[in-house]
Design a protein around this ligand. Structure first.
Ligand code: NHF
Length: 450
């Protein structure tokens, strides 16, 4: 099939998990033999060779659009430059700037398709997240292509309807304020999201589109997240742990790690800090070590640093971005990785950890719930632990139970996790399922089916 992907992020442009996901989908589809083209804003990167130039009228001005083309791993990427599309802040500048950028991306996508249509007439347009709504709308309006809209994370925002009028899509904006995710899902032939549990948790949104909704799990590429590539690959795991803890000035003990944004809305570092405070009076705390990596909300950084100051023998907080190779050393050396998110459409950390034999302890939400098999409910197949979100006491209890597991059980959990990450969550199976979504031969979510 000929597939056109639309996305605001495509590697090397990366803000969050979207870039990895869309790039892996594009390359995976190409590997299955599909012809894959990507349209993405240039974001000031200037990647590839300028192949097309044309002008569009947007917000009362003529903007000169330059389309740059490059080939990477079997995928053809067109990055669209000019006006706000060359702005380096991917989701900016400012909210209004982002909306204007999204409209300009829509018009530029339609203009580019107009030049390419004779040589590349897509069978399907696959749009990712709401920023591509104008692009999806215009491609559908002018070229009538079958379309798929994938939600990587709901934003639940509203935008003034006049942006749709400015995009020449006034017919999609009968109200003053429009939810662009709703509009994209409404016009698409199929709507997908990245895990089954996230779809069910957000059924108040996805249920509106029942009949054309399904999930496609993301994958994980364990080729980088691989123990054999570690500096300490030849050492037994306990030795690696000793070394890594020493590097952070800690004595040996059971090692737990958190990595992620410090925010109050999603990643749950506040619940972990609270759980550590609860644990600090428990005798088990003596041989527990916590490595907490991330940055963001200054108040949470302050709280984390305060916890480190109060428990210097147990806690280290790193508020700088670590190189991926260093993160790999950590995953391959610690015993457990804690993912206390409040929601997670799919989530990568638990699977990166599993690739490297760190046992995940995660909230029972979204993709975390779908990827971790709880040891307490399935001791044979278990890969980690699931805990209710926002419950610091439950988390503290689980951290202690995990710490007390016998070596033999830990070994089985690690092996199960490695197998599950490598076999059950490959990008190849994700791309096979997307192919079925494109042709319509895929199971749908049905609210009456149990
Ligand atoms: O993994 C890619 C990513 C997800 O859970 C993640 C998220 C954004 O929040 O699909 O998108």
């Amino acid at each position: 099939m000929r597939v056109l992907l639309l996305s605001f992020e495509y590697l090397p442009v990366k803000v969050g998990g979207l870039a990895e996901a869309v790039t892996s989908i594009a390359e995976g589809l190409a590997e299955l033999g599909h012809e894959v083209i990507v349209f993405t804003p240039d974001h000031g990167k200037g990647l590839g060779e300028a192949v097309e130039r044309f002008k569009v009228i947007a917000f009362g001005e003529e903007v000169e659009i330059k389309a740059r083309k490059r080939e990477e791993n079997g995928v053809t990427i067109y990055s669209l430059a000019g006006g706000l599309l060359s702005e380096s802040d991917v989701y900016g500048p400012s909210w209004e700037g982002l909306l204007k950028k999204a409209v300009l991306f829509g018009k530029a996508s339609a203009g580019l398709m107009n030049s390419l249509i004779e040589e590349f007439n897509p069978d399907v347009v696959h749009a990712h997240d709401w920023h591509t709504v104008f692009s999806l709308g215009l491609l559908k309006k002018y070229f009538g292509v079958r379309s798929v809209f994938t939600v990587h994370r709901l934003n639940k925002g509203k935008i003034p309807g006049h942006y749709f009028h400015e995009a020449n899509l006034g017919e999609l904006a009968p109200y003053p304020d429009i939810d662009p995710e709703h509009t994209a899902a409404y016009i698409a032939d199929m709507v997908t999201t990245v895990s089954r549990s996230y779809m069910l948790e957000e059924w108040s949104f996805f249920g509106i589109f029942e009949g054309k909704v399904t999930h496609v799990f993301n994958g994980i590429d364990c080729s980088f997240w691989n123990e054999e590539l570690m500096e300490t690959a030849n050492l037994p795991r306990e030795e690696r742990r000793k070394l890594i803890l020493e590097r952070f000035g800690l004595k040996d003990g059971k090692a737990f790690m958190f990595i992620g944004r410090f925010d109050r809305a999603q990643k749950g570092v506040d619940t972990l800090l609270r759980a550590i405070e609860i644990l600090s009076t428990d005798p088990a705390f003596g041989d527990m070590r916590f490595i907490i990596i991330g940055k963001g909300d200054p108040e949470l950084e302050k709280w984390a640093k305060d916890v480190e100051r109060r428990f210097p023998e147990n806690v280290r907080v790193i508020t700088e971005l670590l190189p991926r190779e260093m993160v790999r050393e950590l995953y391959g050396s610690v015993d457990f990785v804690v993912i206390p998110s409040y929601f997670e459409p799919f989530g990568l950390v638990q699977l990166e950890a599993m690739c490297l034999g760190a046992i995940p302890i995660g909230s029972a939400v979204g993709g975390i719930k779908d990827t971790i098999i709880d040891f307490r409910t399935d001791p044979e197949r278990g890969t980690g632990f699931l805990v209710p979100p926002r419950d610091a006491f439950a988390l503290a209890n689980t951290l202690v139970s995990a710490k007390n597991l016998e070596e033999e059980t830990l070994r089985r959990l690690r092996e199960n996790g490695k197998k599950r990450a490598r076999k059950d969550f490959t990008w190849e199976s994700a791309c096979r399922r997307y192919t079925s979504v494109y042709t319509g031969s895929v199971d749908r979510a049905m609210s009456f089916l149990r």
